[in-house]
Design a protein around this ligand. Sequence first.
Ligand code: WT7
Length: 653
Amino acid sequence: MSEHKSIGTFSAESRRFEPSADFRARARISSLEQYQTLYRESLDSPETFWRRELEELVFTKPWTVLAEGKVPFVKWFADAELNITESCLDRHLTTSVRDKVAIQWEAEPGEVRRLTYAELAAQTVRFAAALRSLGVGRGDRVAIYMGMVPEVVVGMLACARIGAVHSVVFGGFAAESLRDRINDCGAKVVLTQDGAWRRGHVVPLKETVDRAVEHTPSIEKVIVLRHLGQERAPISLKPGRDVDWAEAAAAAEPAAGTPEHVNAEHPLFILYTSGSTGKPKGVLHTTAGYLAGAYLSTKYVFDLRDDDVYWCTADVGWVTGHSYIVYGPLSNGATCLMYEGAPNFPDWGRFWQLIEKHRVTVLYTAPTAIRAFIRAGNQWPAAQDLSSLRLLGSVGEPINPEAWVWYHEHIGGGRCPIVDTWWQTETGSILITTLPGAAEMKPGSAGLPFFGVEPEVVTSDGRAVGPGAAGLLVVRRSWPSQLRTVYGDDDRYVQQYYSEIEGNYFTGDGAHRDESGYFTVVGRIDDVLNVSGHRIGTAEIESALVSHKAVAEAAAVGRPDELKGQALVVFVTLKPGHTAGSELVSELRAHVGKEIGKFAAPDDIRFAEALPKTRSGKIMRRLLKDIAAGREAQGDVSTLEDLNVLAKLSADE
Ligand code: WT7
């Protein structure tokens, strides 16, 4: 628990922002009282609350049991049956939403495509039939390694349609990471595409899949979407294994794309995320509870209206994409903008051009992007007409008040409320945020709990701390969209999330709560880093490093970074016969890129004679963090730093 001491103090931010009278007048929840009444109901009479709030979702067998069992193993809507795609697609086909645009897509070079709900449904049904004809069925795992194209949504929904479990792997992960994830979940099929656009270049996704599946015995088929075409992204299909997406879809019989009705607790997807050990965790989400969370939070947090054009800038490979590009917006019948490409290509005006061009009304993005835009300069957003925007959102890490205020002023024109949404891969949907019309916003503070969620800030023995005091963020009771387990490893699930504070879900974050009940999440208190909104386990980085022939030992820590939130600093000791220097620095960065993915390449690599350790042999991470934060690395990377001198000086360890 020694790490918990590092939560520390915080500086109070006193600026307050009220939603405008205009926004309030049209908001779904327009006062604190209204929020509080509903919130109380969600905790005190959950049956009434959920029955009413989920009314428009499709259950082929309605639930009579709201929740069964106790944490860590709770079944939500336990006896219900459904197929999630009927709530996301079929239910809209009998209303005016049928011909509404579901996905409005733009690619980096400027191509635009629009898919109505009717079209998205037709493609999904067809592809579901294609998957079935390839032998994929209920409970089978399907890995998805694709970019931001409409078909990735089709692929996810088609899996759900036939009761298969998708596991999307972010396209920035390297072949080794993809291979490990496929092997962990035993996927039968991978969906991929020839390539995807990124900053004027083609990311060769299929090529990476080819390398990954050399060592994945469970994979029977690779289904390849020709997105960019042979000229821009040349690929070859391996006979017997690789299947052309379009051909498979064309050959399929739509009548064979009927929805598989599954129990509420049937697994919907597995999404791997970093924890405090070297092995990523397969976070498992199930069907009805996840849908309930994604649907209801999207509706209230983004205050959705029929004519919104909603844009979540996350990649579909992260949980934000799952809940707030796919399942949340579609179950609400919303129009989503989807962008395939880099935010600053060809220049820093791209985001704001997209907003003007597509008349985006709700924008949901990450603090790291906001800070990069601040640095790029106010002239970029100023050159565009952003008057269509009415609501802004932030997710992924704490947003510093300066970035919040800039976002409010330069993007929101001072008129758009900002929802700072706290949640995690494990929580499935937003757990803490101040609903946009309900109450005042406090920059830097996520705010109030969402319906059905009971968070608390506690000491390490589980006692609630008073207002203003820092502690551990826990959730007192189960909520519908919580993870159900770590795939294939119930023990790890219990150990990780339910053993720290008896009976409470342990988030791994430090937080404090003010007099009016607003939660401010300070950041991780475990060995997980948040680099540009990407979650990175220090142990994963360390094991990637020690797999390099020159490295004896490695320790990865975070240091505060103005742009990325946290930067990744690694301290390494070398095996005899290897020399520190800039050549080795590049080699090690490339090595981590190859083992995990380029986004995980360390920002600083520092060579040490030895790593500072306690007498019992534990690496003194806190000391390394201080060193990483407080002192610039020596300009000359060939010098070995003597960290033990510092260790000896650090008497309190
Ligand atoms: C961790 C979860 C869930 C969406 C994307 C990240 C941090 C997330 C906030 C916020 C402060 C935040 C936490 C959390 N985090 N949102 N609004 N304010 N911190 O998902 O990769 O599972 O990471 O991101 O530390 O534990 P993730």
